[in-house]
Design a binder for this molecule. Structure first.
Ligand code: ADP
Ligand code: MG
Length: 572
């Protein structure tokens, strides 16, 4: 690609000042600034359209980023995440913002979240560091504001870039804290299998969040820090922080009990997020779970396509087949059954369930109900009769929040009580209570969890085009994908934390269709997509380079595919 002088850009902007907005299109190309290169990849069509896609690339050596910021993949991810945040902060600081109609004057990049994620917003390799961002090229009505554009490219942008991508201006201690925090969490997660743990909560962790819509830590003197009960105390050594202690959650079935409002769900929510590494001072830096941990909940009204829910549901009215169950409007129990089977289908090995978001009849069926309603009249085999089999037959562990039914004492390997936001071990007491009961509920789960049929998605059921060949994939909200003319509603998929993940998942659905041949299982084809992503990065997903994608798990990609109302599959 030909690279022009920065002066050419300035001259060009002077020339098109006052002209029709479309004249901005001519800017597309590369420009050499004194300390970096600027790439104008795509120019918006009008001031109201999505802002223009821009990149800035700095020579690695000139940036001053030392080799130890990228010696391992996790360090590179953390460095990029940190630089993305700095760029975001400096956009707010140095970009004036409003410079005319619509999005005129905007300079933005990917919005940071509490997690340290691999993102397309920043790329760091041996040769350069590159930030991808968006600029609302300024206009008044239909006319170009050349002077404003010159101010944006030649005053604001240099300030933002100089402050965000050059080591001499960056807060060094904070950068390394960011890197080391991510590296420690990653290491900790890697230790779990050898310790036969599925999760770890560090002593001193701060689990509650600022509010139901604000994922930052609860900043209050009343916030109580986590303290490990003796029985679950585990000590480990981390590469940067050194020795730490915390609660190891063993493999198997773990029950979290306790009175209402005593912090049960807060603990479970923290475990849900344990698949991610958190930023320093989040409070959950030392809360980790196995990477294939899945929160499952009821999601009534969701679409289900040929999922084998027979381990949980049988003999539905009208002989509806539950080995290949389809519905456009699932009930609470059938949706929760499908969510579990589909999670296991794509490799989940830890399930997290909360009574708050579960279907009651899916979770329990007590002695009295067994006496009143015969098993032959009840299609549901409740989770309580399957949870131990899940571990024994499939090595899938469960952590379950259950304050409302002691029947689970019989099937739990460990019982932890939350009392005044502190955990304590009540396993023995729960066992004694279970053993003392005279009349027990009957087990209704059979001998085995049972095998479920695999499914192979049909490529033709995914149409990402709106109108003739106009690729239309975007994220409506954090848990909503717009895919062609289809809306994929993922409101119940709680482990998506960033709208940039949602967008990437949208593109990944389209990408995955290349591997769909009607034979290959969903699990296999997701594995192929994951391999491509780990070898080549997020840029392979969309047809152009864009800085608003974030890494996601194939588990969430599967969840999106499974929720598509156009989905067709072959059972294999
Ligand atoms: P439960 O599921 O047991 O009913 P929650 O986990 O929903 O309880 O917690 C109830 C409330 O207490 C929430 O507002 C939560 O933010 C707050 N909370 C949870 N843990 C703590 C803690 N360690 N310190 C202070 N407040 C907490
Ligand atoms: Mg709760």
């Amino acid at each position: 690609m030909e690279i022009k002088a920065a002066q050419d850009l300035r001259d060009h902007l002077r020339r098109i000042d006052g002209k029709g907005y479309k004249a901005y299109k001519g800017l597309q190309g590369a420009y050499l600034f004194p300390s970096w290169s600027l790439f104008i990849d795509h120019v918006q069509g009008d001031p109201f359209a999505a802002p223009s896609r821009i990149r800035v690339r700095v020579d690695r050596e000139r940036s001053g980023l030392l080799p130890d910021t990228s010696t391992r993949k996790i360090r590179t991810i953390a460095t990029c995440d940190f630089l993305t945040r700095e760029f975001f902060r400096n956009c707010r600081k140095y970009a004036k913002g409003n410079r005319g109609t619509g999005k005129s004057g905007v300079i933005v990049n990917d919005t940071p979240v509490q997690q340290i994620l691999e993102k397309s917003a920043m790329v760091l390799n041996d040769d350069w560091v590159e930030v991808r961002f968006f600029m609302g090229l300024p206009g008044h009505g239909r006319g170009i504001s050349g002077k404003d554009a010159i101010a944006m490219f030649f005053e604001e942008l240099p300030r933002i870039v100089e402050a965000s991508l050059f080591m001499k201006r960056l807060p060094t201690a904070a950068l390394y804290q960011h890197i080391e925090t991510a590296e420690d969490a990653d290491h900790l997660r890697g230790l779990l299998p050898a310790l036969h743990l599925i999760g770890f909560v560090g002593d001193g962790a701060l689990l509650p969040r600022a509010s139901g819509i604000d994922p930052r830590p609860l900043a209050s003197k009343l916030a109580i820090r986590f303290k490990t009960p003796e029985r679950y105390r585990v000590s480990v050594a981390l590469p940067n922080r050194g020795p730490v202690t915390g609660m190891g959650i063993p493999e198997g079935v773990t029950l979290i009990v306790g009175g209402g409002y005593h912090g049960k769900s807060t603990l479970l929510n923290a475990l849900e997020m344990g698949i991610y590494n958190h930023i320093p001072n989040d409070g959950r830096e030392l809360v980790v779970t196995l990477p294939q941990t899945v929160k499952v909940r009821a999601a009534d009204s969701r679409n289900i396509e040929k999922t084998d829910i027979s381990p949980f549901i049988n003999n539905l009215p009208y002989q509806k087949d539950t080995r290949s169950f389809s519905t456009k409007n699932a009930s609470g129990s059938t949706s929760q059954a499908a969510n579990i089977v589909e999670a296991i289908e794509v490799g989940a090995n830890v399930l997290l369930l909360d009574e708050d978001t579960s279907a009651t009849n899916f979770m329990i069926r007590d002695l009295r109900m067994q006496q009143l309603v015969a098993k032959s009249q009840e299609p549901i085999t409740p989770f309580i009769d399957k949870v131990a089999q899940l571990y024994r037959d499939k090595q899938v562990s469960t952590v379950l929040v259950m304050g409302g039914s002691g029947d689970y004492f019989e099937v739990a390997d460990h019982v932890i009580q939350m009392a005044d936001y502190q955990p304590r071990d009540v396993t023995e007491k729960a066992r004694q209570i279970a053993a003392a009961g005279k009349e027990r509920r009957r087990e209704e789960g059979g001998d085995h969890f049972g095998d479920t049929a695999s499914r192979s998605p049909v490529a033709g059921s995914f149409n990402p085009y709106r109108g003739p060949r106009r690729l239309k994939i975007s994220a409506g909200r954090r848990r909503e994908i717009l895919f062609g003319s289809t809306v994929v509603d993922m409101w119940d998929v709680e482990q998506i934390v960033d709208i940039s993940q949602t967008r990437a998942i949208g593109y990944a659905i389209h990408y995955a269709t290349r591997y769909m041949d009607g034979q290959r299982s969903l699990r296999e084809l997701l594995h192929l997509v994951a391999t491509d992503l780990s070898e080549k990065g997020l840029d392979i997903l969309p047809p152009y380079v864009t800085g608003d994608l974030a890494a996601f798990r194939t588990i969430e990609l599967a969840a999106a595919i499974n929720r598509m109302r156009t989905l067709r599959v072959n059972q294999i």
